[in-house]
Design a protein around this ligand. Structure first.
Ligand code: GLN
Length: 193
């Protein structure tokens, strides 16, 4: 039997524990990543939801921007940003200036779904999934545009909420807060190195 894949969760701030539980449920090894050396042997990194300004500042302080970018560019690390994590990996953040990784060719708008509907749940159609996915949005960002190499896998009311480009995934919603493991399973099996 092959060795379980080692999947990292950026554990600086936010709901990294829920992602860790998903990874473990799927039989992979979950590693909390707080420093560049924690990325050793990690083939996929999930960046959780939380507060993107805090995640961005701490990641820069601990040298994680460089380490994650280097791993991705060397082809040994895939990265999936969920909610605040999607903001962190985006090339462009509209209206805000904050430290971020900027690795994925997408532009995002923070808190794009307005105050009245700060948080909501919906059944999303996602390209590649047979059945809809129960998606939870919490002060979620919208992906306002994607570069030419980036595929749109889902929209909510016409607005992009899941973008994928090879080893990079960005989701506006929180797939770790439901019992549905389909996206984590796909990331671990097909996207992580
Ligand atoms: N609103 C947060 C931000 O802009 C993201 C919210 C979340 O991750 N649930 O950073």
């Amino acid at each position: 039997m092959s060795k379980a894949k080692r999947i990292g969760v950026l554990a600086l701030q936010g709901d990294f524990r829920e992602h860790k539980q998903m990874i473990e449920r799927l039989g992979a090894e979950a590693v909390e990543v707080r420093l560049p050396r924690h990325l050793e042997g990690v083939g996929g990194l999930i960046v959780p939801g939380g507060e993107s300004t805090t995640i961005g500042k701490l990641a820069r302080e601990y040298g994680l921007d460089e380490a994650v970018a280097a791993g991705y560019e060397a082809g040994r690390l895939a990265v999936w940003g969920t909610c605040a994590g999607a903001i962190w990996i985006a090339r462009e953040i509209l209206d805000y200036s904050q430290p971020h990784l900027g690795l994925m060719d997408i532009a995002v708008r923070r808190n794009a779904f307005g105050r009245q509907v700060d948080s909501f749940e919906t059944e999303l159609e996602i390209e590649g999934l047979q059945e809809p996915f129960h998606a939870i949005f919490i002060r979620a960002p919208e992906i306002v545009s994607v570069g030419s190499g980036v595929a749109v896998r889902s929209r909510y009311q016409g607005r992009i909420v899941f973008a994928a480009a090879g080893g990079l995934w960005a989701t506006s919603f929180h797939p770790e807060l439901t019992g549905d493991t389909r996206l984590h399973a796909e990331f671990i099996e097909k996207i992580a190195v």
